[in-house]
Ligand binder design. Structure first.
Ligand code: ATP
Length: 119
């Protein structure tokens, strides 16, 4: 079963869920984003946002968290392959963090479009 096509896909899901749990358990930035995601989800129920608004809100939360997870992986690789100071490592880390910044800006804009008209 483990070596079958479906077995390998199921094992992939298992490893991915373990990775997600490691991110939640070990990474402060992901923990902060989970708190923000819970807060904005409660706001979604309080303000009774539409199905379309839910879709964009869930997409924004997922994209920010996925980008943050990938940024963490890049940081871990960089620290592993070159623990000492190097300008290239600094560049790599800054560029990876920049990707999270793009996702976060998009999420803030989506939140403004959804919630500002409700006040
Ligand atoms: N080995 C290094 N060589 C050069 N610059 C580095 C190095 N490590 C970190 N930096 C610089 O310091 C910044 C912060 O690095 P750090 O590894 O603390 O990332 P961080 O985003 O603060 O991590 P975390 O999300 O775990 O708090 C990087 O964006 C980079 O500019």
């Amino acid at each position: 079963m483990r070596n079958s096509f479906i077995g390998k896909r199921l094992m992939g899901c298992k490893y991915a869920s373990i990775g997600a749990w490691k991110l939640i358990k070990n990474e402060a930035s992901i923990q902060v984003q989970i708190i923000i995601a819970i807060g904005i989800t409660i706001a979604g129920f309080v303000f009774d946002i539409s199905s379309t608004e839910w879709v964009f809100q869930i997409l924004a939360i997922s994209i920010v968290m996925a980008a943050e997870g990938l940024n963490t992986a890049v940081e871990e690789i960089a620290n592993f392959v070159h623990p000492e100071y190097h300008s290239k490592i600094g560049y790599i880390k800054d560029v990876a963090a920049g990707a999270v910044f793009f996702a976060a800006i998009g999420a803030v804009i989506i939140a403004c479009i959804i919630y500002i008209p409700k006040f």
